[in-house]
Design a protein around this ligand. Sequence first.
Ligand SMILES: [Zn+2]
Length: 304
Amino acid sequence: MASQVDAAELTKSLIQCASVTPDEGGALTLLETLLSEAGFECTRADRGEVSNLFARWGARGANKSFGFNGHTDVVPVGDEAAWSVPPFGAVEKDGMIWGRGATDMKSGVAAFAAAAIEFVQDTPPDGAVILTITGDEEGDAIDGTTALLEHMQKAGERMDVCLVGEPTCPNEMGEMMKIGRRGSMTAWFTVTGVQGHSAYPHRANNPLSAMVRLMDGLASAELDQGTEHFDASTLAVVTIDTGNGATNVIPAQSRACVNIRFNDSHTGASLTAWLEGEAAKVRDAFGVGIDMKVKISGESFITP
Ligand SMILES: [Zn+2]
């Protein structure tokens, strides 16, 4: 008789693991134990500070294989006093389970782990079911899925298709399945002007005037109107830092950072060129120096 797993209870148990990247917090160990007991062959593909779990039911390199991918790590809780529930308490309230990672994506991992176990126990398939679960999605994401893929390649493991259990449904479960991913990039700007006394602004060149113009221009630009499979690309100003403690001093420098999520009408390179152009316009208009650094975390893609 199958010993089936309750996905809601498993979600709670996973939330109770304080798995802030890169600490696995017991979450991967819990899944490893559960899956091993259900007959999955589990391998830890840990790399650096990051823990990753590869679990397979069925034969290695099977002709047919269905894969799941997810992560158990979560972002930091921030100001814990501002939470209405303990972040790792998994409190059940108003028919919902509350906690850090409840949506992104311990519920997804719990749902596919429970479904995979039920499936192989009730209707043992003629093929393999694979789970790849990382602990590095919310961090730099260099020792998570890439480490698992490297492990798979070395060990002769394969997957025909892969379902990623990230939350993609805006309102209701099952509303939307995505067949691609938006690209993501971050740009850091340093604007350098000329420091001076605020009583004599004409003798200074305030980098903040240029920075505010640049950030407003970037944030209010329409990058596109969306594509067949994606919403419109977005740009968010995530920080502007000057750290000026004096009220009568025009500072010499200001820094800011923007994060862009982009669809398949752009590439990291095309957006970098656009940012450079916008920065050059502001630099010329204000006579300041603008230094820009860019990190492209991933390009947009579609898998039809
Ligand atoms: Zn996620």
